[in-house]
Design a protein around this ligand. Structure first.
Ligand code: ATP
Ligand code: LTN
Length: 334
């Protein structure tokens, strides 16, 4: 609890350009929850280097991501928006938690298996212990709730296991966090292969709608989206392409799948795809405009970065000191 409010933590990696999957699956929920909770939204740059990065590019993307959090509507005076690397407590707690995490547990992580297969030339220890750093992110702020997409559930479960294990030995040190999965948009699929998650690292640019795509590009990508030969706009598992487009449309227009089925009853996929494209364009337009405005205001963004790093450090240190004492580190002489 901070000032009588429950705590929320979430983060995103600055790898690649954000897609509407990230926006609908994560950011949109962050917005919905930001009044109710004391929120920490991090640009998790420590996580990013588990995969090789170009330093200048990473710096640029991290700043763009932080700016995007604000452009999407998160008020940086109320929400703590900051770079993970500006708060050393993440790495420090992560080390301690590494000593409370089993190899067997980490071996089961599907994201590790996927990423190891994708980066076979660089299966580093950081990639393996990535979930422990994620647990540290969450536990450092005594978070109650963590809004993520479904793909991150396994990491949330291991976070809870590590916290419970630690608490069982040392008493109630950590709050046990709950995942928050949004009702709509929890898993947006690729436009080119609806069996696969839409991902910012997809090699085919037609598979994803990027947050900064212009209206023509968005409309074109939806026109090319893979569907089926059924010819009916129905919300059924057997039509994964259409199912995905309905999910996107619902998330962007606040409609229900049944309403969408009715709206397009007897109409072709062409009309439907146009409507989906237009709904996405209208959701992204204000975000893009605000991003362009904020990007130019260097002093304002710099101020936010400084202020929020201080705030995050303050709360991080509180937990860290408690944990260090529990595990038996000597107190600092001041
Ligand atoms: P990468 O391709 O680099 O692995 P990603 O696109 O999967 O990245 P992440 O940085 O791993 O994105 O995720 C950021 C947040 O967005 C997480 O909360 C994640 O669950 C959510 N998310 C990512 N992709 C989707 C998607 N297709 N649908 C819904 N939510 C998503
Ligand atoms: N692993 C997450 C990003 C992430 C995160 C977190 C999300 C790192 N630390 C803490 C929620 C809470 C991802 O790849 N999407």
């Amino acid at each position: 609890m901070i000032d009588g409010k429950k705590v929320l933590f979430s983060g995103m990696q600055a790898t690649g350009t954000l897609t509407i999957g990230n926006y609908l699956g994560a950011l949109q929920n962050w917005l919905k929850l930001s009044d109710e909770y004391e929120c920490f939204y991090s640009v998790v740059d420590l996580h990013s280097i588990t995969v090789r990065q170009d330093p200048a590019e990473l710096r640029k993307r991290a700043r763009a991501l932080l700016t995007l959090y604000i452009a999407a509507g998160l008020d940086p005076k109320k929400n703590c928006i900051y770079y993970q690397s500006h708060v050393s407590g993440h790495a420090e707690l992560s080390w301690i938690l590494n000593c409370f995490t089993y190899m067997g547990e980490l071996n089961r992580m599907t994201q590790f298996k996927d990423k190891a297969a994708k980066h076979a030339d660089n299966i580093n220890a950081g990639l393996f212990t990535y979930p422990v750093l994620m647990a540290a992110d969450i536990l450092l702020y005594q978070s109650d709730v963590v809004p993520v997409g479904i793909d991150q559930m396994q990491h949330l479960e291991i976070t809870r296991d590590i916290a419970q294990r630690f608490n069982a030995i040392y008493g109630d040190v950590f709050t046990i966090p709950e995942p928050y999965i949004g009702k709509v948009g929890a898993k947006i699929m690729s436009l080119q292969d609806p069996e696969k998650k839409m991902s910012k690292s997809d090699e085919n640019p037609n598979a994803s709608i990027y947050l900064m795509d212009d209206p023509d590009t968005i409309m074109r990508k939806f026109k090319r989206a893979v569907t089926d030969s059924e010819g009916a706009v129905r919300y059924r598992e057997e039509q994964p392409g259409i199912h995905n487009l309905i999910d996107i449309y619902c998330a962007c227009s606040n409609k229900k799948p049944e309403e969408v089925e009715k709206e397009f009853d007897g109409k072709g996929y062409g009309d439907f795809k146009t409507a989906v494209g237009e709904s996405v364009v209208s959701v992204l337009k204000p975000v893009q405009e605000e991003f362009a405005r904020l990007e130019k205001d260097k002093a304002y963004i710099d101020g936010i970065i400084k202020e929020n790093a201080e705030k995050a450090n303050y709360f991080a240190q509180k937990t860290l000191r408690k944990v260090q004492k529990k595990v038996g580190f000597p107190e600092k002489i001041r």
